[in-house]
Design a binder for this molecule. Structure first.
Ligand code: SAH
Ligand code: SF4
Length: 364
């Protein structure tokens, strides 16, 4: 009964599938071209395939592309998409626009089991892993939207809902599709994988020597505070995590990025800045300071400009490369996981948009 998902297949696997249908292998190239270059959504649109093959494909397979439930466009150019998954769950993907280009922020799980205290994605809990092709579909759909606007996709950040290294096999399959010239064809140099600090996954990525950027969500400079806001730290405390980051940098030759959300009165003092500088001393790395996005229902507040400036200044004095990131999409349920929460009803302020739940979901 289960149909083959074409987005899940590499060229050789697709050729094998077509062979079972009695078709020639070059048809695989045509189908991949339609899906990945010409933005076909249905098999019927693949007009250089014989009608009979298109019908056979409709019987035996699905493309894997996802139906769009909602789209919100921010004043600063951020676009947030909510897609329907085949089993009725939904997943969000965000398009971030910088002066240097656009990048797509991809989700890797439905929900998340890591339970970070400041995060909207973790609020409804963990539902399931995404398959590799469900990540591929997100990229294709954002790229299609960009192409219609005559813009190109610059890079990918795996910073949407979910913990990528808690879904390692699918992540590896997805990165395989990303770098494959006959599929997404995006250089892994333009891909950032963000993790809350799952050490075995970091070491596995290092072992693969793929030239991705590893981004580690630090958010606290010592175990006592990190234990409190990120439960993952109890399993992989800072000393173990930093060791894995150094190994990653050594093996891949790529410098690691550290994300540090500034939360008012919690981790944004001069003391924490000095502790962070000491933790990173001697490491080739980059720190991104991010003002917290407000999450309805959570009591954490973003740090003020003064505290952000002081924190960045202390790191710079100690020769640590630091960027203060702009908060993008602040007007459109910006923090990851929020748009999905609106539709699930776990956002107390989400009633207005929540009303649309019934009608939008019916689109699929
Ligand atoms: N699970 C991975 C990737 C997804 S979260 C990780 O934790 O790294 C992507 C980034 O968003 C992480 O750095 C995370 O800490 C950050 N984030 C989560 N909630 C946030 C919030 N309310 N405001 C700002 N950043 C947030
Ligand atoms: Fe999961 Fe990342 Fe959110 Fe933590 S910050 S709950 S790891 S998505």
């Amino acid at each position: 009964m289960d149909k083959t998902v074409v987005l899940a297949l590499a060229r050789a696997e697709l050729a094998e599938f077509l062979d079972r249908l009695g078709e020639a292998p070059y048809r695989a190239d045509q189908i991949l071209d339609w899906l990945y270059r010409k933005n076909a959504v249905t098999f019927q649109q693949m007009t250089n395939l014989p009608l009979q093959l298109r019908r056979k494909l409709e019987d035996e397979a699905v493309t894997g592309l996802l139906a769009e439930i909602d789209r919100q466009v921010s004043e600063d150019g951020t676009v947030k998409f909510l897609f329907a998954l085949p089993d009725g769950h939904s997943v969000e993907t965000v398009l971030l626009s910088y002066r240097s280009g656009s990048s797509a922020c991809i989700s890797t799980q439905v929900g998340c089991r890591m339970g970070c205290r400041f995060c909207a994605s973790g609020l409804p809990g963990f539902i399931r892993n995404l398959a590799d092709w469900e990540m591929t579909a997100q990229v294709l759909q954002v790229r299609k939207w960009l192409m219609a606007e005559k813009r190109a996709l610059g890079g990918l950040v795996l910073m949407g809902t979910g913990e990528p290294l808690d879904n390692l096999e699918a992540l590896k399959g997805f990165l395989g599709a990303v770098k494959d010239p006959s599929r997404l064809g995006i250089s892994l140099r333009n891909v950032t994988v963000s993790t809350s600090g799952l050490v075995p996954g970091i070491l596995e990525l290092a072992r693969l020597r793929w030239p991705i950027t590893l981004s580690v969500s630090l958010h606290a400079p010592h175990d006592e505070l990190r234990d409190r806001i990120m439960p993952v730290n109890r399993k992989y405390p800072l000393a173990v995590l930093m060791d894995a980051c150094r190994r990653f940098a050594e093996i891949t030759g790529r410098r690691v990025t550290f994300e540090y959300i500034l939360i008012e009165g919690l981790n944004d003092g001069a003391k924490e800045a000095r502790e962070l500088a000491a933790l990173l001393e001697g490491m080739r790395c980059h720190v991104n300071l991010i003002p917290l996005n407000l999450v309805p229902g959570l009591s954490f507040r973003p740090s003020g400009d003064l505290a952000v400036g002081r924190f960045a200044g202390i790191l710079k004095e100690r020769k640590i490369k630091v960027t203060v990131r702009r908060r993008l999409g602040a007007d459109i349920a910006a923090a990851c996981g929020q748009l999905r929460n609106l539709y699930q009803g776990s956002d107390p302020d989400g009633c207005r948009r929540y009303e649309r739940q019934g009608t939008s979901k019916g689109k699929k």
